[in-house]
Design a protein around this ligand. Structure first.
Ligand code: BV8
Length: 266
């Protein structure tokens, strides 16, 4: 079979594998504004464990309220900052995967330099930006930014592990990661931008999130109640699945390149 036949058969396979694919392509083709919500699942294929997935999820080994909360930090700042610094060192070895790269391409297809494409992420690894995504909104901060608990002065730490825990700031305080812990408010500007993007979008894709954490997961309902078509890309059902219009069941690193490939064809 020549390569064209091969290609078209694999193309047709996609439609069999993912029954909602043709509708998803149609929606994206007609969309003027697109909003994306990503969670830990899109970084799984880069080697970063998720939070709630089976045994490898973070929260299966640690109690989030102990490690990802102001109370946990106040009780044991050394333990919490060591845990985040170990995650930072692990993430430093990770690269964007085909899912991140496909989203950067999708942004260029949908709205080159017109920011009609907003990528809202709950992730703190910055792999979207490394993959080339431009219009990224970080709802839960970044593991690369640490701030002094006394002055709030924040800066990026890309070097090796801190020498002591909690790491001292340069004016007598201690450093904490600039991530949003449970019980802490989201950065107001980030939330406003995300809420607005999901209010005015025609299509919203929820990718690699269990939709368990609020207010982030509520963005799906905001999009839906404002008339957007909602699409979920996830190997499993999530808390949002019953509310979502279209499903592409599988890994983001496999499905997103297929979506971009179909979109790129006339
Ligand atoms: C707030 C940053 C108010 C740090 C995170 C009771 C008490 C206190 C609070 C609450 C409460 N009830 C509700 C709340 C609110 C709380 C909340 O939602 N709790 C949940 C657990 C019920 N929310 C908050 O506290 C938020 N703040 O409400 O403040 C306020 C207002 C004003 C003034 C003061 C206070 C703050 C929430 C942010 C918490 N920080 N992380 C860190 O990273 O350590 S949360 C953490 O969970 C991450 O950010 C993560 O992104 C987020 C969501 O998890 P997911 O990304 O969805 O990851 P998960 O593992 O769950 O799922 C992965 C998915 O991927 C799975 O579905 C899997 O199937 C899929 N997958 C796997 N492989 C792939 C894949 N998908 C695609 N491809 C693959 N290959």
């Amino acid at each position: 079979m020549d390569s064209n036949k091969n290609e078209s058969s694999s193309h047709n396979d996609h439609y069999t594998l993912y029954p909602d694919l043709s509708q998803v392509i149609k929606e994206l083709r007609n969309a003027k504004r697109v909003a994306i919500l990503t969670g830990a699942g899109i970084s799984t294929e880069s080697g970063i464990p998720t939070f709630r997935d089976g045994l490898d999820g973070f929260w299966s080994q640690f109690d989030p309220l102990e490690l990802a909360s102001p109370q946990g930090f106040a009780a044991d700042p050394a333990r919490v900052t060591r845990w985040y610094d170990e995650r930072r060192a692990a993430i430093a070895k990770c690269q964007p995967n085909p899912g991140h790269i496909a989203l950067a391409k999708l942004e260029q297809i949908v709205s080159p330099n017109k920011n009609l494409f907003t990528l809202v992420t709950q992730n703190i690894d910055r792999l979207h930006q490394l993959a080339g995504s431009k219009n990224v909104v970080e709802l839960h901060g970044s593991i690369w930014e640490w701030r002094c608990t006394k002055t709030g002065k924040q800066k990026e730490y890309r070097g090796g592990p801190f020498e002591q825990y909690p790491p001292p700031s340069d004016n007598g305080g201690i450093l904490r990661p600039s991530v949003v812990w449970f019980g802490e408010p989201l950065p107001p500007d980030a939330w406003r931008t995300a809420e607005n993007a999901c209010t005015i979008c025609d299509v919203m894709l929820s990718i690699g999130t269990s939709a368990a954490v609020y207010p982030a997961a509520g963005l799906i309902d905001i999009a839906q109640s404002n008339g957007a078509t909602t699409i979920e890309i996830n190997p499993e059902q999530t808390q949002a699945t019953p509310r979502i219009d279209l499903q592409l069941r599988g890994a983001a690193g496999v499905i997103l390149p297929i979506v971009v490939d179909h979109l790129s064809r006339s």
